[in-house]
Design a protein around this ligand. Structure first.
Ligand code: MRU
Length: 366
């Protein structure tokens, strides 16, 4: 499996996702500003991968800051945290990772660590974020695999695979877990995902590398394919899930979920606990990133619309929780009522907003 992101002595190394599948090129970010630029420019994308990158960016800043005490390093920590937070607004994993790195810094400082020890602690923490992400995805795969019916295809949207995470993937992690445990690998329908084409460029490439059969369709073919009865379930990832189970994910996800309901196909969302934002009561409060009109008017630099046309380009939409059959996490599978099941699953972790949540029972958790 390809390495999405890695900490090295030279800097943070990432596969350049803007150039896949035509070229497999790795870039090295040598300071935190380059990491932020890579996130903003989609060299690295996908909520959990953005979180790992942000953690490594913050670690890089602290590692490179001069000084002998914690106080000397503090400005670099704050500057990097601010810079990372301003890259992309929707994926809550980004903010979760920054908060985790700040917490680690504060703990080291409180324990009386000197600058050298704090630098080491920050690097170790960032590497730990990466390791935990991969292990979490494998656990998610184990929890999700039993939900996938045999003999039918899985449909997915965007890329929630190894490339969108530290490795293995969330939605595609479930696909991989099915492939590893059943005689026949599952067949996947990948929606191309206009306008940035993560499905066509990344999902299809990544599954092809693993020998998992995949069929590429344009987004507007999904209804036709679902109607044919060949799809057993839809599995997608998410950038942020509110306390009531509303799911922000790549634009087009909402339409797919509605189509799934119409055709009696279960719609699953696979996420790490760090994608839960329990501080938000509903998906209406999730900030939606607006991206450049050029992504819509141009395809690979070639204009496909008349010049000067008015364009909207929201990168994400919000799927109301009533369309979500289950949320698959590394800790188990949550079903409605999500207000109760999500905080229960998250207990013991520290997703955004959890600290304000009372503990509750476990109805709906498998
Ligand atoms: O704009 P992107 O490519 O970062 O959007 C990615 C998605 O929407 C993914 O589905 C989501 O981040 C989950 S990735 C495991």
């Amino acid at each position: 499996m390809v390495k999405t992101i890695e900490w090295t002595d030279e800097g943070v190394v990432m596969i350049d996702q803007t150039r896949l599948p035509r070229e497999v090129v790795f870039v090295t970010c040598r300071d935190y500003r380059e990491v932020a630029e890579a996130i903003r420019g989609m060299v690295i994308r996908g909520a959990p991968a953005i979180g790992v990158a942000a953690a490594m960016g913050v670690a890089l800043a602290v590692k490179q800051a001069p000084g002998r005490t914690a106080a000397d390093l503090q400005p670099a920590l704050e500057q990097a945290a601010q810079c990372m937070a301003a890259t992309r607004p929707t994926a809550v994993n980004l903010f979760w990772a920054i908060a985790r790195m700040k917490r680690r810094f504060a703990e080291s400082q409180a324990a009386g660590a000197d600058a050298g020890q704090i630098r080491e602690a920050m690097v170790a923490e960032a590497r730990q974020v990466l390791c935990e992400d991969i292990a979490g995805n494998q656990a998610m795969g184990r929890h999700g695999a039993p939900l996938v019916p045999s003999e039918k295809s899985i449909m997915t949207h965007c890329n929630a695979g190894a490339l969108a995470t530290g490795g293995y993937g969330t939605a595609l992690g479930v696909v991989r877990a099915v492939a590893e445990t059943r005689r026949q690998p599952p067949h996947v329908f990948s929606c191309e995902t206009r306008p940035f084409l993560q499905g066509a460029r990344l999902t299809v490439w990544e599954l092809q590398q693993d020998g998992i059969p995949v069929t590429l369709i344009t987004d507007n073919m999904a209804g036709h394919v679902l109607k044919s009865g060949r799809v057993g379930c839809i599995i997608v990832g998410a950038d942020r899930i509110a306390r009531n189970g509303d799911v922000a994910n790549k634009i087009g996800t909402y339409g797919l979920a509605v189509l799934a309901k119409e055709h009696g196909v279960p719609f699953y969302v696979a996420v790490p606990i760090s994608t839960l934002d329990l501080s938000l009561s509903s998906g209406d409060q999730i900030p939606i990133e607006q991206r450049s009109p050029r992504e819509v008017t141009h395809v690979f630099g070639v204009p496909v619309a008349p010049e000067g046309i008015d364009v909207e380009n929201p990168a994400f939409d919000v799927t109301p929780h009533r369309y979500v059959a289950a949320i698959i996490t590394e800790r188990g599978v949550a079903r409605a009522p999500y207000e109760q099941t999500l905080p229960s699953l998250a207990q013991g972790c520290t997703p955004v907003g959890l600290s304000t949540e009372p503990a509750s029972g476990g109805p709906g958790i498998m």
